[in-house]
Design a protein around this ligand. Structure first.
Ligand code: PEP
Ligand code: MG
Length: 618
């Protein structure tokens, strides 16, 4: 976390920030706090501080004769808590659909914990056996459950912390209802205010009305927590983890929350305020346009459909993908399953993960790329399991990477293929092979694929019919130049321009010293893309682009002009690219691509690309 103005200790009064004078309150000094950008957008409003002291437990022990009465108190608190949560759930109907989808499962989880759960059973036992008061029994049991959750060896540490926090959260609700101490209320929140708090619970976030609130900023919280996810889902600009902010806020302070940059400014200088106002207007305009775009079809002005899919690096991106309007996952980079661990994920664990992603996509296709270890992607589990040597090769990008490694260690590939095949019953799925350079690699992989299919069928697994297609990445010049031969072996192509540019230009994609030479618009890269695209189109075989190039709307006309109709990109880029698609005609794009492909100078190509008249209307 990067903090530009860390407070030392909890200041009661604002200290001078960067010397500028703010205009938020008469003569107040500007102060800048850096935190975590969790929900994009800029908000300007009067800071409204809220605090909620922990509910105090004054009665800790009971007499043996009170066990039954204490159980009845607990029952009553459970009933009140259920009622509150049910009311909260009903309020969700007023929120946008995305927000409902995000928040409802959490409230359901809370309600389940209030049923015949381990929490409630444990609390009753503590009342009866230890003679604890109901509130103490609840707190102790919640802590025990949270500790057990955190003690499990799990790769999803953020998820564990979140689950433990959910248990504590329901415990706090019960204690408040047992001790009849009121919850923090947001009723007094003035319209257009910026909510400033030490911390905010997910259930608090669910109480906020995004139409009345400008933004949210807190001292505590992380980018992965439910509160962050909810604020994003509510579309409220938000910064969490801005340490010292709530203590520095004085009544009447003006606050600017930059949820894209992760910065909060109290009493901004006139210049900063003017810039923030411009950003608010620009963001509101863009959001309106993008919200409309999400539901609009991805078609060109002359009616040609263009497939826009999202790339997925970790499952946490799924809600963003849902919001983006992407109609599938064009590249699931499965490396996340193998990272930060000492052993390899087994078939069942992989099946579970793939299945949950496929299910989450609700019938939209998911393209799962098998493990692409190597190059800059270092995976400890493979070294730990003795699959690759601890020390990387001197030239890892040219070494045992992607499909080469998998064919050298077929047991890795077989496990992954089996998991994908088992999960594929949950929705349309495709399998993608990384770093292919020869037809032999595709043939050998297909043999393994068929062997895995036979084995699973013998085991009695039900597999989809037809089986998931087996496609390849075109990301090496070798693959691009043998695309016509590869098209006879593969079921689809996905052009990976990130590596294609690296290997074509002999420029490391992650090396800053040669960054200006890394140019996917170099004619050599474009010609390879064109060659591979045409080979696929001749065979009437699906072909897409899933490198970063596809995410740049400025390049959409060129890619469409080359004959491409399917792109996969980071979710946030989907609306912009859709906008570009909807403003062009294929004939213009084709003419434009012909012109571009006549050029030999990358600088001239760039100039042409920037000069293409992309209308801004949708
Ligand atoms: C690519 O190389 O363009 C690609 C999409 O794969 P990755 O970025 O995962 O190497
Ligand atoms: Mg690649």
């Amino acid at each position: 976390m990067n903090r530009t103005d860390p407070p030392d200790g909890p200041p009661r009064r604002p200290r001078a920030g960067r010397g500028a004078r703010g205009d938020g309150g008469a003569g107040r000094t500007e102060r800048v706090f850096a935190g975590i950008a969790v929900s994009a957008g800029v908000a300007i409003g009067t800071g409204f501080g809220t605090t909620e002291p922990e509910a105090e437990i004054t009665r800790s022990k009971i007499h043996a004769t009170d066990i039954e009465a204490e159980g009845a108190r607990l029952d009553e608190a459970i009933a009140i808590s259920r009622k509150q949560l049910t009311k909260l759930r009903a309020r969700l109907a007023a929120l946008p659909e995305d927000s409902q989808a995000e928040i409802a499962p959490l409230i359901d989880a809370y309600l389940m914990m209030l049923g015949p759960s381990r929490l409630i059973r444990g609390a009753r036992r503590r009342i009866a056996e230890t003679l604890f008061s109901a509130e103490r029994a609840v707190v102790e049991e919640c802590e025990a459950i949270a500790a057990a959750i955190l003690a499990i060896a799990d790769d999803d540490e953020a998820g564990q912390v979140r689950r433990a926090e959910e248990v504590r959260e329901i415990g706090r609700r019960l204690v408040r209802n047992l001790t009849r101490q009121p919850f923090r209320s947001f009723a007094g929140l003035p319209e257009g205010a910026v909510l400033v708090a030490e911390s905010l619970r997910p259930a608090d976030a669910a109480l906020l009305d995004p139409a009345r609130l400008a933004g949210v900023a807190t001292d505590e919280g992380g980018a992965d927590g439910h509160t962050a996810i909810m604020l994003r889902a509510l579309g409220v600009p938000a910064v969490l983890g801005a340490a010292g902010l709530s203590a520095a806020l004085l009544p009447g302070d003006l606050a600017v929350v930059d949820g894209s940059a992760g910065e909060v400014v109290l009493n901004p200088s006139p210049d900063r305020l003017a810039a923030a106002r411009r950003a608010v207007t620009a963001f509101a305009r863009e959001r309106q346009k993008f919200a409309r775009l999400r539901r609009l079809p991805s078609v060109t002005l002359d009616g040609e459909s263009v497939e826009l899919h999202a790339n997925l690096e970790i499952p946490a991106e799924l809600p963003l993908i849902a919001q983006s309007g992407a109609t599938g996952i064009g590249l699931l980079r499965s490396e996340f399953l193998f990272m930060n661990r000492e052993s390899l994920p087994d078939e069942d664990a992989q099946t579970e993960t793939y299945r949950s992603v496929i299910e989450a996509m609700g019938g939209d296709p998911v393209t799962i790329r098998v493990l692409d270890w190597g190059g800059e992607k270092d995976i400890e589990a493979l070294a730990g399991a003795g699959i690759v040597p601890e020390a990387a090769d001197t030239n890892p990008a040219l070494g045992l990477r992607g499909i080469r490694l998998l064919l050298r260690r077929p047991e890795l590939l077989e496990t992954q293929l089996a998991a994908i095949l088992r999960a594929a019953g949950a929705g349309p799925t495709r399998v993608l092979l990384p770093m292919v350079t020869t037809v032999g690699e595709v043939r050998r992989t297909r043999e393994i694929y068929e062997r895995v299919v036979r084995r699973l069928r013998r085991r009695g697994e039900r597999l989809p019919d037809p089986l998931p297609p087996l496609g390849i990445m075109i990301e090496t010049p070798g693959a691009a130049l043998s695309a016509d031969a590869l098209a006879l072996e593969a079921d689809f192509f996905a052009i990976g321009t990130n590596d294609l540019a690296m290997y074509t230009l002999a420029v490391d994609r992650g090396e800053s010293d040669v960054a200006e030479l890394y140019d996917p618009l170099h004619p050599a890269v474009l010609r390879l893309m064109q060659f591979a695209t045409e080979a696929a189109l001749r065979m009437r075989m699906p072909v897409s682009v899933c490198g970063e190039l596809a995410a740049n709307p400025r390049l959409t006309p060129l890619l469409l002009g080359l004959g491409l109709r399917s792109f996969s990109m980071n979710a946030s880029a989907v609306p912009r690219v859709k906008q570009a698609v909807r403003t062009v005609e294929i004939d213009d794009c084709a003419r434009f691509a012909r012109r571009v492909m006549e050029q030999a100078d990358p600088a001239r190509i760039r100039e042409l690309v920037l000069g293409f008249p992309l209308a801004t209307t949708t």
